[in-house]
Design a protein around this ligand. Structure first.
Ligand code: GLN
Length: 189
């Protein structure tokens, strides 16, 4: 299993640590030519979706990734990565738009922007969740399934081989969400 991690900006290094612990190979995608290397799955990290989206567009990577994801490439978006995948973003731009979810950015307000909690994720039990100026999913649309909610707001969802979390599982010790993603991508444990 080889996982590509988008490394234009944001919290990409920590995803690599999680994959190391789970025994999955990985490399970073920084420019268009990195996409020539074969990979089985993709991680879109947290950071600033506007910056990542703009760079993806300028580097000519947006369409290539869009095609790969639409063709079934397993993808895991955390926080800003979730925003990049969303088909609809409330009062804001969309980027890859491959996942049938409607998202609200910076949805917890400035003061409540960052917090920690533990909540149930479908099939995984309680998972530690660190939120940093996080979005939430206003609604899931056709084909998308809710995996977790915090205070009545959707914070994790899946559609086929696309997985998104509004929180940052890579910032805690628990590897269960990454393991779930790798299993979804076909890795055997
Ligand atoms: N607020 C960021 C955005 O809108 C997301 C924050 C994060 O990825 N931790 O892109």
């Amino acid at each position: 299993m080889v996982v590509a991690i988008l490394a234009l900006q944001g919290a990409f290094v920590e995803h690599g640590y999680m994959l190391d612990r789970l025994g999955a190979e990985h490399f970073e995608i920084r420019q268009k030519k990195d996409l020539d290397r074969p990979f089985d799955a993709l991680i879109l990290p947290g950071g600033e979706s506007t910056v990542m989206g703009k760079l993806l567009r300028e580097e000519g990577m947006l369409e290539i990734l869009q095609e790969k994801i639409n063709a079934g490439l397993p993808v895991f978006g955390t926080c800003a990565g979730l925003i990049l995948l969303a088909k609809e973003v409330a009062e804001d731009k969309t980027y890859l738009g491959t996942m049938n979810i409607r998202v609200k950015r910076n949805a917890y307000g400035r003061q409540l922007g960052s917090f920690y909690t533990e909540e149930e994720v479908k099939g995984l039990g309680k998972v530690p969740m660190t939120f940093i100026r996080a979005p939430y999913i206003e609604k899931v649309m056709e084909g998308a399934e809710i995996l977790a909610e915090v205070n009545g707001r959707i914070v994790a969802a899946r559609q086929g081989k696309q997985l998104v979390t509004a929180f940052h599982p890579e910032l805690n010790e628990d590897v269960s969400v990454h393991k779930y993603f790798l299993e979804m991508a076909g890795m055997k444990f």
